[in-house]
Design a protein around this ligand. Structure first.
Ligand SMILES: NC(=O)c1ccc[n+]([C@@H]2O[C@H](COP(=O)([O-])OP(=O)(O)OC[C@H]3O[C@@H](n4cnc5c(N)ncnc54)[C@H](OP(=O)(O)O)[C@@H]3O)[C@@H](O)[C@H]2O)c1
Length: 335
């Protein structure tokens, strides 16, 4: 799939991309991997860290179609990961979120088509389902643009989406925040103890991305079947690792734009959602597509009305603890 291919990653210096690059270089022999992002500092750090001549670094913004188009000129496979993804940041900078997450995604689509890219994989989020905040709205628009691109434009490029919930330890996620709070104040701030969130390690998430890429026909949304846990359980596990008897938990209330439970497959989507294997659901488009029907039509339908973090399999504390202990970011020196 990736051997001898030119891979292009927008948002190439982010958390997902770092693991994606690690697994690409460990398990495949790509011809070249282009890292496309705006910040030079993170590119320099990443270049030093990987120290691999197959990695090429290009400074650019997904909003800048000219540069994007030139940088993508020989790409075979595009992973579109660039996004503004912090819920409060998107709420406070609405137009910036629209420009990066919607306009930028349309630029990726158009550049991929004009450069004859074979596959484009957009990574989306549970927050795009029945969106409640602007981040989710922009990612929902991005999904629509991507899954419709194959039918709206006369192109051989395969466009597909992968939807996932929270990935442990990524920039801005709650677990590094809890660790920092324990170190600074010996206190953890909890929005709502009963709030549930999907949770998966970056390693697992990228493994699943690869599986989806192999299967993708175009126009479908792959949904990772993730386990979930409550915010209180996350806090308890972090206290078990880093805290002591005096570590406090402080309830601060839900922030604007946050849902109590997240949803990966909505009630409106479930009638056309298939169970691919233990790891995935596949959401088919509303209008009939014979290729997708041939590939997925015989698979069983999802059994629940919706797939939410409330009804998902709960991570046992012991499972969560052992997964977390394997996460290298957890043990890195805090800044
Ligand atoms: N983290 C999660 O738990 C999670 C879950 C589900 C889905 N996702 C999705 O997965 C993707 C990657 O997430 P992540 O956690 O890896 O994010 P991240 O660590 O914040 O990385 C974002 C990347 O995008 C780049 N970027 C931001 N704006 C850009 C722009 N206008 N043009 C070009 N590059 C830009 C950033 O670099 P510069 O700022 O230097 O440009 C960085 O490389 C996102 O699309 C996110 O919505 C994440």
């Amino acid at each position: 799939m990736f051997n001898d291919k030119n891979i292009f990653i927008t948002g190439g210096t982010g958390s997902w991309a770092n693991e994606l690059v690690t697994q690409l270089l460990e398990n495949y022999k790509p011809k070249k991997v282009v890292i496309y992002s705006r910040g030079e500092h993170r590119q320099v750090e990443m270049k030093r860290h990987f120290n691999n001549p197959l990695l090429k670094f290009v400074i650019g913004d997904v909003r800048d179609k000219n540069i994007l188009n030139m940088a993508m000129h020989d790409a075979d496979i595009v992973f579109h990961l660039a996004a503004l993804k912090h819920v409060p940041v998107c709420e406070e900078n609405c137009w910036e979120a629209v420009l990066t997450n919607i306009y930028g995604t349309q630029n990726v689509i158009e550049c991929a088509i004009s450069n004859g890219v074979k596959k484009v994989i957009d990574v989306s989020t549970d927050k795009a389902v029945d969106p409640f905040n602007l981040y989710g709205v922009t990612k929902a628009c991005g999904e629509k643009l991507v899954v419709n691109a194959g039918k709206n434009y006369d192109t051989k490029t395969i466009f597909t989406c992968i939807r996932a919930g929270n990935v442990m330890g990524t920039h801005g996620s709650v677990l590094p925040l809890f660790r920092e709070q324990i170190a600074l104040n010996n206190e953890i701030t909890i929005t709502d103890p009963e709030m549930t969130r999907y949770l998966m390690s970056t390693k697992e998430a990228i493994g699943l991305v690869f599986k989806a890429v192999t299967k993708a026909i175009g126009g479908e949304v792959f949904v990772m079947r993730m386990s979930s846990t409550t915010v209180e359980e996350m806090a308890n596990v972090m206290i078990e690792i880093f805290g002591n008897k005096k570590t406090k938990k402080k309830i601060i209330g839900v922030r604007p734009g946050e849902k109590k439970h997240e949803v990966l497959v909505s009630k409106n989507e479930s009638p056309r959602t298939k169970v691919l294997d233990d790891n995935y659901f596949v959401i088919l488009p509303q209008d009939k597509n014979s290729k997708l029907e041939d590939a997925y039509g015989n698979l069983p339908n999802i059994s629940s009305e919706e797939f939410s973090s409330l009804n998902a399999k709960r991570l046992k504390n012991s499972e969560f603890l052992s997964t977390l202990k394997k996460e290298s970011w957890l043990w890195e020196k805090q800044s």
